[in-house]
Design a binder for this molecule. Structure first.
Ligand code: GLV
Ligand code: MN
Ligand code: MN
Length: 411
C-alpha cells in the first residue's frame, strides 16, 4: 500500500493544531497531564479518531480508545502513545505516535483495506511524570498496576491524586477499575521520536527498539531546623538544604559509576526560600535509569545510604521514598524482527536501538508482545522547546508502522 502526501499535509496541520493547545504562560509547548490543556489535547485526539472512523470511548483512567473493527473480531492489534508533555516540552514527544497511529487508520480506510484484527488506537493518559510521583499512569491503570495507595499520593501542596483526578473528569473508583482485557491483544506498537542523538549520528532513518530503560524515581524529604543565617554557627546547624545538596551530588556520582546509566535530580525545593535563613526543609526528586536491573537496585541502595549519611552528619532527618521501580524491559521477537524486515523492504535504513526514554510501551509489554519504531530527533534534543523532527523523517516511521500492522495482521 502506498502512503503519501495527504499524510504529510494532515500530519503537519494536526501537529500545528495540537501545538496551540498549550499553556501559553509556560515556555515551549506545555500540556501537562491533569491540566485543562491536557484535557483539550486528548479531546482533540478523540475528535481526530472519530473523524478517522474509529468507534471511540474514554476509559475510567482517561485513556482515549478508538477501535476500527476487523473482519474476524476477537483479536486486536493495539497502537498508541501520549499527548501530554513535560513543562517546557516540545511538539513531537508522544504526539508523533498518536498522529501516526490515526494516520494508519485513515490509510487503511482510504485504501479499502480491512484487517482481520480489530485495530485499537490508544491515547494514554499522563505518560510524563506528574506532581504525585507517577508516570505512565494511563497504561498502568490499563494493566492493573494502580491501587488505592496510588490515589493517596500527594503533591507538594498536600493534595492527593484522588482529589486531583476529578478535575480531569476521572472518577477515582473508575480509575482503579480501568483494566483492559489484553488477552485479545496480539501486539502493541508505538511510533516515537528517538529523543536522543543516535539515529542522526548513524545517518539511519528507523530505530528498531530492542529494550526500554529501567527507571527508578525517588523523593527525598529532609527535615532540619530553621535558624538565622548570620548568628547560627556552622557546627550547630541542622541545614536540610545542605543534606539535600549532598544527595544531589551523590545521584551524579552513583550514575557515573555504571555503563549507560543515568541519574538526574530534576526537582529540588528549600523551605523557607530565603537568602538569610537556614533551610528547615528540603526535598529532592529525581531518578536513576539504565539497561541493567541489578545496577538499578544497587543504585537505590547506595542513594538511600548517601541520603542518610548526608542527613545524619547534619542532624537532619530524612525520609526516602522510591515512588516507581520499573525494571528494564526487553521488547519482543518476532515484533522487533518484523519491524526491521519492514523497514528494509520499504528501503529505509535502520538500526537496532536501546531506549533511554521511558514509554507506555514498556508498561504494556507485561501484557502483550510489544515493538517500538523510532524516528530521528534533530541534534538529539527532547523534553525541551527545541525538540524537532523533520516531516520527511516522520513519514518513513508512519509507513513502517502501517506495513508492520499489515504483516502482523496476517500472522
Ligand atoms: C518520558 O518521556 C521519560 O523518558 O521520562
Ligand atoms: Mn517524554
Ligand atoms: Mn514520549
Amino acid at each position: 500500500m502506498s502512503t503519501i502526501n495527504p499524510v504529510a499535509q494532515r500530519f503537519e496541520s494536526e501537529l500545528a493544531e495540537l501545538a496551540t493547545l498549550v499553556d501559553s504562560d509556560r515556555p515551549g509547548w506545555t500540556r501537562r497531564a491533569l491540566s485543562e490543556f491536557d484535557i483539550a489535547g486528548r479531546d482533540y485526539a478523540l475528535t481526530l479518531m472519530k473523524h478517522a472512523g474509529l468507534a471511540t470511548r474514554v476509559d475510567g483512567a482517561g485513556n482515549v480508545i478508538g477501535v476500527l473493527p476487523g473482519r474476524l473480531g476477537g483479536r486486536e492489534i493495539m497502537l498508541g502513545s501520549h499527548t501530554d508533555t513535560v513543562d517546557g516540552g516540545g511538539r513531537f514527544d508522544g504526539i508523533t505516535g498518536v498522529l501516526g497511529a490515526i494516520e494508519v487508520v485513515r490509510l487503511l480506510r482510504e485504501n479499502d483495506v480491512r484487517l482481520d484484527h480489530d485495530l485499537v488506537v490508544v491515547v494514554f493518559f499522563n505518560e510524563e511524570p506528574n506532581d504525585f510521583g507517577f508516570f505512565c499512569v494511563g497504561s498502568r491503570a490499563m494493566t492493573g498496576l494502580v491501587d488505592r495507595t496510588t490515589l493517596t499520593a500527594t503533591d507538594t501542596d498536600g493534595r492527593s491524586l484522588a482529589e486531583a483526578l476529578p478535575d480531569s473528569g476521572i472518577d477515582p473508583e473508575a480509575f482503579l477499575d480501568a483494566r483492559y482485557d489484553f488477552s485479545k491483544v496480539t501486539a502493541f506498537l508505538e511510533l516515537h521520536i528517538e529523543q536522543g542523538p543516535e539515529l542522526e549520528r548513524m545517518g539511519k532513518q528507523i530505530g528498531v527498539v530492542e529494550a526500554i530503560t529501567g527507571i527508578n524515581h525517588f523523593k527525598a524529604l529532609f527535615t532540619g531546623r530553621q535558624d538565622h543565617a548570620g548568628t547560627t554557627p556552622m557546627d550547630v546547624r541542622a541545614d536540610a538544604g545542605c543534606a539535600a545538596a549532598g544527595t544531589v551530588l551523590a545521584v551524579e556520582s552513583i550514575a557515573e559509576s555504571g555503563t549507560n546509566t543515568r541519574g538526574t535530580s530534576g526537582q529540588i525545593q528549600f523551605t523557607p526560600e530565603a537568602v538569610n535563613v537556614v533551610s528547615a526543609n528540603a526535598s529532592v526528586e529525581g531518578e536513576f535509569r539504565g539497561p541493567d536491573g541489578s545496577w538499578l537496585q544497587e543504585a537505590q541502595r547506595r542513594l538511600t545510604d548517601a541520603a542518610s549519611q548526608n542527613a545524619d552528619k547534619r542532624g537532619v532527618h530524612v525520609e526516602m521514598e522510591w515512588t516507581t521501580d520499573d525494571a528494564p524491559v526487553p521488547l519482543h521477537e518476532p515484533i522487533t524482527s518484523t519491524i526491521a524486515e519492514v523497514a528494509t523492504d520499504l528501503g529505509h535504513t535502520r538500526a537496532t536501538m536501546f531506549s533511554g526514554a521511558g514509554h507506555d510501551a514498556g508498561i504494556i509489554a507485561a501484557k502483550t508482545q510489544v515493538g517500538m519504531i523510532f524516528v530521528p530527533s534533530r541534534d538529539g534534543r527532547s523534553h525541551c522547546p527545541e525538540e524537532f523532527t523533520e516531516l520527511a523523517d516522520i513519514l518513513p516511521g508512519i509507513e513502517v508502522l502501517l506495513e508492520t500492522v499489515l504483516r502482523l495482521d496476517g500472522v
